[in-house]
Write a protein that binds this ligand. Structure first.
Ligand SMILES: Nc1ncnc2c1ncn2[C@@H]1O[C@H](COP(=O)(O)OP(=O)(O)OP(=O)(O)O)[C@@H](O)[C@H]1O
Length: 328
């Protein structure tokens, strides 16, 4: 098997709190292969963004990676000195965040920002970098890029600004892109275009993409595989069509029930009662047990570990105790 572009093993992330430390990520593992889009989904507070921030080395101290390993194409990156990690960010890992204005400086022309980023990471002359910037703007679907390159961020619509951010993220041909809620701030009509752009980039350039979103509809449209997160752990991971068609974890079943229907009405077919626990009050055993209609005694005592189940992996005692045929 070829080495994954990103490999995360048993990741633990802790933040300091008034009384001791809080573990926001507790034993997360997943891989992303070349050209693959992994969707990471879960309710607010599940740990999606913190996982992405840990991968790009941007957990703010006193927050810290407290355990586990993160590898980029085999290279261990969770313990690199900050200046080495800075070189990897932007060059080998591109980033796309929810609000394009956090990535773009309003005072500089978009072309100047692109040229500067390109020259930081690639050994190109000013002219060659400008040529590449125009090509990139064309690639991400900015019309008349040779004119728009001299525009300022405020002269672009929200969707066009996000395209510029995507151009910035891909300018050094990164192996991995971390996209955190890249479409949440955009109009629904523009969301679909940005989603198909991210998907195409993965396919055309062989870039691995980690796509963080709370929107299962976005994942179903874009991703090859999906990781369903709950309270700092992966509840289930597997090929998107399998997890959507046949979710195994009771939490994933609830989330899949919450995909908007094709008719466009946002009907919640299944309601998940209750809410995600606070980090300071994670229940013993399975952290989902207070909300789970299928919970039994063991779920309140033992924490379930991920178990392979066909193409999927699920951390749920329902699948630990009964044979494959009767559990699903
Ligand atoms: N700097 C921080 N200090 C303390 N706790 C933090 C910090 N950053 C995140 N957390 C906590 O870590 C947990 C996971 O947060 P995270 O932002 O990853 O969730 P998420 O799944 O991305 O949710 P959302 O969809 O709301 O962004 C939350 O309980 C959050 O309060």
């Amino acid at each position: 098997m070829t080495e994954p572009v990103l490999s995360v093993r048993n990741l633990q992330v802790e933040f300091a709190a008034r009384r001791g430390t809080l573990r926001a990520i507790d034993g997360v593992s997943f891989d992303i292969a070349k050209g693959e889009v992994l969707g990471v989904v879960g309710e607010s507070g599940a740990g999606k963004s913190v996982t992405g921030l840990a991968v790009i080395g941007l957990i703010d101290p006193p927050g810290r990676i407290a355990g586990g390993e993160i590898r980029l194409a085999g290279l261990r990156i969770d313990n690199l000195p900050p200046e080495e990690m800075r070189r990897i960010r932007g060059k080998r890992i591109g980033m796309i965040f929810q609000d394009p204005l956090t990535s773009l400086n309003p005072l500089y022309k978009v072309g100047d920002q692109l040229v500067e980023t390109i020259r930081t990471h690639l050994n190109l002359s000013e002219t060659a970098a400008r040529r590449r910037a125009i090509d990139l703007l064309a690639e991400v679907g900015i019309p008349a890029p040779e004119k728009r390159i001299d525009g300022y961020p405020h002269e672009f619509s929200g969707g066009m600004r996000q395209r510029v951010v995507i151009a910035l993220a891909i300018c050094a041909e990164p192996e991995l892109i971390i996209a955190d809620e890249p479409t949440t701030a955009l109009d629904v009509s523009v969301q679909a275009q940005i989603i198909s752009l991210i998907k195409r980039l993965g396919r055309d350039h062989g870039t691995a993409v980690m796509l963080v979103t709370h929107d299962m509809g976005v994942i179903a449209e874009t991703s090859d595989r999906v990781a369903v997160m709950y309270a700092g752990r992966v509840a289930e991971i597997g090929p998107v069509q399998d997890v959507v068609k046949n979710p195994l974890h009771p939490y994933a079943k609830g989330l899949m029930g919450a995909i908007p229907t094709l008719a466009g009405d946002d009907k919640r077919l299944v309601q998940i009662p209750g809410s995600m626990p606070r980090l300071s009050a994670i229940p013993r055993g399975c952290s989902f047990n207070p909300r789970c209609a299928s919970a039994f005694d063991r779920c309140r005592i033992d924490r379930p570990e991920p178990l392979p189940r066909g193409t999927q992996s699920v951390a749920c005692h329902l699948y630990d105790t009964v044979p494959a045929e009767s559990a699903a």
